[in-house]
Structure formats: C-alpha cells, structure tokens
Design a protein. Structure first.
Lengths: 222, 376
C-alpha cells in the first residue's frame, strides 16, 4: 500500500516561495520513497484557503468541513512536511493556529520534516528555536535536517551549489524522512495507537474506550 | 413530551441599541420570561448556575423558589447545577427544600462547569472535574436516599451520622439529569444510575450530539434500566422566528454576528447549517426540531434557549408567544405520532416517581449488583 505524505504549506501569496519549497521537498521525498521500491501519495494542505475556517473553528469550537478534512489528513498521514514563512521571528500565526487545532495526539510518533522560508538567511535559526520545539512538544519524530530557504536560494547561483546548497539540504532532509517513512511499515495491529475517527481525534465516545462507572466510583461503592 | 426553555442568565449588551441591562433589570426580565413560559403552555423552565460575570444566576434555588410561588404547573429545573464546586450536602438540602415548596415540580441537571478560575474560588481544581462530579453526585444520591449517612471521600470532610434535611418530599428524591457536551464519562454516569441525559446541542454538530446520546442509550440498557430506546433523553436547541423567514434572519443577524459565544466567526448561514440553530418561520423550526428525533431517537424533553445575545425582553416574550402558540402544539402532536410503543413520552416527574415506588431506578443507589460488579 502506498504511504501517505501530507504537506502543510503556510505561504500567503500565490504563488508563494513557501509552496515552491514545499513542492521541491515533497518531490525529493517522492524520489527517496520510490528508490526504496515503495509508492507515495502526496496531499498538500494549503493553509491560505483555510484561513477563514481556521478562525471560525477557533471562535466556534467546530471545524468547518474543509478544515475538518485537512485536520483528518494530517492525523492519518504516515509522515508530514511542514513549511512556513518566517513572520516576526517565528512561524506565521496562521501556521500556528492550524497546529493549535490538531488533536494533541495527532502527530505522536509521526516523522515530520520542518522547513521555513524568509527574505534573508538571518532568520534560519527559527527552524531550531521555534519549529523543532513545537513539534517535539507534539511528540513528533522530527528529522535532524531542517530546510531553510532564503530568497537568494531560489535565484542565480545564490545557494544552489556547493556543500550547503538548497538542493543538497532538501535531498539530505528528504533522505532522512524517506528512510523513516519506509521503515515504519511493520507496525502490528493492536500494538498501534487507538482508532482515530473522521475528525482526526482519538475516539473517546465509544463503549470500547469507556471506563466502567463502578471503576470510576472506586472506594465510594465499598 | 416536555417542552420548555433554559437560560444561561447572561447580561449582554443589545448590539442594536448599545444598551446593557443592569443586574436588577435582567433578573426581573428573567422572572417575566419564566412566568411567560407557563402562560404560553410550556412545561419547563431551567436556569443556569454561574459564579462569574457576565452571568447573574449564582443562586438558582432562590430564583426558582420565587418562580415556584407564582406558578402552578411549570416544572422547575437547572441547566446546570454545578456538581463539582457546590457542596453536595448543600445541593441536597437546597433542592429538597425547593421540592417541598414547589409541591413536587423540581428536577435538576448536573453539570461540571468549564471555567477554570471558578474551581479555585470554591476550593477545587478543574483538573479534578470528572472525579468531583463522580464522588459528589454519589454522595448526593446517598443523602437523599439514606436517613443517616456515614461517608468519607477525597474532596469533602467526612460525615458521621449526618442527616440531610428536609427529607425529600414523599420520600422521593428529585429526578436528575446529567448534562455533558463531550465527556463520555458523564453519559456513562447518567446510564449507570438510570438518570436522564441532556445534550445542550447548541454549539455542536448534530452527528456529535447523536453519538453522545447513542453511547448513553447503549449503556443505559447495559445497566439493566430498560431498552436503549427507553432511556431518558433531553436536548437543547435555539431558535429565532418570524412569520416570514427572511424577516427572522434580518432581525436576528445583528445579534448573531456579535453574540458572545459564536459571534465574529462563522456566518449565520454557516452556523445554522452546522448546528441546530434555526432562524426562520415557525414551520421551519417545527421541521428542524422534529428532525432531532431522527438523529438521537425519540426523546422526552426539548429545551430552547431564547433569552440570549442581548435580545430585549419584548422580543423574547414575543418569541415565547410564537413558540407556545404555533410551534409546541404541533411538535407535541407530531412527536407522539412517531413515538414507538414502549418509549416513554415524558421524563419521570415527582408524581410518576411516587407512583412507581421502589422499582424505579431513581429509588435506588445504582444498578442491580449483578451488573455493578461486572465489567463492561
């Protein structure tokens, strides 16, 4: 069965350099997985189109349908590529708002590749000071190489060549993610996480996950 | 089937006039609203309980006692009584007293309360919410069912040889509902005791409400209180009506757009699509409400939220007129027409519990021991 990669792209302009970077990374991951003899389905979640639904969910507590599908896609992915522009020294507010709406267990144990774009390379530590702790908190497995692309990386001979060129960084990160993606295939049913329902949340409204009431009462029954 | 209204007692600025009612005015307004409920033929009035602004209903039994004195048939209830931060001993005393004074017209609905700071104001911690609801309610049941109680638990000082007074009217404890939006434990709690389960059904999609009710129904049957479709279910809902549906939308939109809970977010159209909010003609309200029974099964109590979002008193009273004269009579007829045999029309009342005597789950501490001891 094909693995599923979900790419979260938080760029705001169309086209955006964030999406451009996201596509380069997903293409590279695709090649890495193919090279290991497996297939990969890629789904891109563009947050720009979900901006209003994200705000609506924050104030109403209910995910509208497209957002609901996006959250479910992330929860059910085998791996995630998360790409955000740098705004005011960190990930963008829209990006964080989307992450805030994920179930706390949605990314547990999931391979995640972090990437960011900005005007200059002076923001590159955002990867390790903002994105990495965020995903560590969510118990994701963040690959060691993060990909940062400044404007100059996309143009001329800027950063394409040499040891630290963008393509090389993308390839190294994609290789790390691809290895995790293909190695996570052998999970035994029953030893994996509890069922996830269509909202992408762990299903707690079911008889199977219920603690019998007598147990909740404990000592009170005597 | 019972129909009524519930209020959260919010003091909200009317966005069309910029006027904010004083506490004094809003309290008197809610009295008029409760009395109007009986006048237009509704069965139930339920008040919320809150201990923080912008809400005024911190003293539900005082308010309900005042209403009881001025009504004769209206069932008095709560939506909800805070089982977490109130002392269960005081709940036992206050509501037993109210039951005596109202002549058996009281039931109540337990809720946890979701405002973090309220818990420490009453010496508790929101992280213990479920545990508090479990322990406190079990003690409350015992206080109403045993004349002398010896008790020890985690959250309250122990009781030795304690008798809660007054003893329940006719020796029959008030019927209790448990309200929960998304905690499966509370649906389980309601099922365990054979109590009623109420879903406020206001801010959530119908499929979510249906799943919560379905869980409660299955567990009700599991604990031996009857068939799943005989479990006692109540739903909330909110409506705004005008003869012509466009007028309803036009009149309600300015209130909706800035409403404290869902304002500044989804549009009125999106919200009415996703949740049970219905803004339109009485006929639309009838059709939508009847549809609830398709989602959760035939049920026993429907409460509407009518006084909210800063709507002025005259408008709320007018809405109640429409509800009582055009909507509820049709709903009564249609809900009974579709109700399968053996599914109760009404939730238990004081009178029906007196008649049922010791066999009713409400007379007992919990399910029969066979099930109590077993696993699920």
């Amino acid at each position: 069965m094909a693995r599923k990669l979900v790419v979260i792209s938080a760029g705001l302009s169309v086209p955006s350099s964030t999406r451009l970077l996201a596509d380069r990374i997903s293409g590279a991951v695709q090649r890495e997985v193919s090279a290991r003899g497996e297939a990969l389905d890629v789904e891109v979640v563009e947050l720009r189109g979900l901006a209003r639904e994200i705000a609506d969910h924050l104030v109403s507590g209910m995910p509208p349908s497209a957002l609901r599908q996006a959250l479910a896609a992330v929860s059910s992915a085998d791996a995630v590529v998360a790409v955000t522009p740098v705004f005011t020294a960190s990930y963008s507010g829209l990006f964080k708002s989307f992450i805030d709406l994920l179930d706390t267990d949605a990314l547990t144990g999931k391979p995640v590749l972090i990437a960011a774009t900005a005007g200059t390379a002076r923001h590159s530590l955002v990867l390790d000071h903002a994105l990495r702790p965020l995903f560590s908190y969510l118990r994701a497995v963040v690959v060691p190489t993060g990909v940062f692309a400044a404007t100059e990386d996309f143009g001329g001979s800027g950063g394409r060549d040499g040891e630290d060129g963008l393509d090389r960084r993308v390839a190294r990160a994609a290789g790390e993610l691809g290895a995790l993606l293909v190695s996570t295939s052998g999970a035994v049913p029953g030893f994996t996480a509890p069922a996830v329902d269509e909202v992408g949340k762990v299903d707690r409204i079911s008889e199977e996950s219920l603690t019998p009431f007598a147990q909740l009462l404990g000592d009170q029954l005597r | 089937m019972q129909f009524g209204i519930f209020s959260v007692s919010d003091i909200t600025t009317d966005p069309t006039t910029g006027r904010t009612p004083t506490d004094a005015q809003r309290i008197q307004d809610l009295v008029k609203i409760a009395l109007k409920a009986e006048e237009v033929g509704l069965d139930v009035f339920a008040t919320g309980e809150h201990h923080n602004p912008p809400f005024f209903a911190s003293s539900p039994t005082t308010f309900l006692g005042y209403i009881a004195a001025q009504t004769t048939t209206l069932q008095l209830s709560t939506a909800t009584t805070l089982i977490t931060t109130n002392d269960p001993v005081k709940i036992a005393e206050d509501y037993a007293m109210l039951q005596h004074l109202s002549g058996g017209r009281v039931d109540l609905m337990m809720g946890r309360g979701n405002t973090g700071p309220v818990y420490p104001w009453f010496g508790q911690d929101i992280r213990n919410g479920i545990a508090l609801a479990v322990e406190n309610y079990h003690l409350l049941r015992r206080l109403w069912r045993e004349d002398v109680v010896d008790w020890e638990g985690k959250f309250r000082s122990p009781l030795q040889g304690f008798t809660a007074t007054p003893r329940p009217l006719d020796g029959i404890p008030p019927f209790v509902w448990h309200g929960s939006i998304r905690s499966a434990e509370i649906a389980e709690q309601a099922a365990y005791y054979g109590d009623g389960f109420f879903h406020n059904n206001i801010f959530w999609t119908m499929d979510h409400t249906a799943r919560m009710v379905d869980l409660y129904r299955r567990r009700f049957e599991h604990y031996g209180h009857g068939r799943a479709d005989q479990a006692i279910v109540g739903l909330g809902g909110q409506v705004f009506m005008a003869k012509n549906s466009q007028d309803a939308v036009k009149q309600f939109r300015p209130y909706f757009d800035v409403a404290p809970v869902y304002g500044h977010g989804p549009s009125l159209e999106e919200f009415t699509r996703a949740t049970p909010l219905t803004v339109g003609s009485p006929q639309q309200v009838i059709e939508r409400t009847l549809g609830f029974a398709d989602a959760v099964g035939d049920y026993q109590r429907q409460l509407f939220l009518m006084d909210h979002a800063g709507l002025p008193l005259e408008v709320v009273l007018e809405q109640l007129e429409i509800l009582g004269s055009e909507v509820v009579p049709v709903l009564r007829k249609e809900f009974e027409a579709r109700r399968p045999a053996g599914v109760p029309s009404d939730p238990p009342t004081h009178a029906s519990l007196v008649e049922a005597g010791d066999d009713h789950p409400n007379a007992k501490h919990g399910p029969v021991s066979r099930v109590q001891a077993g696993s699920n």
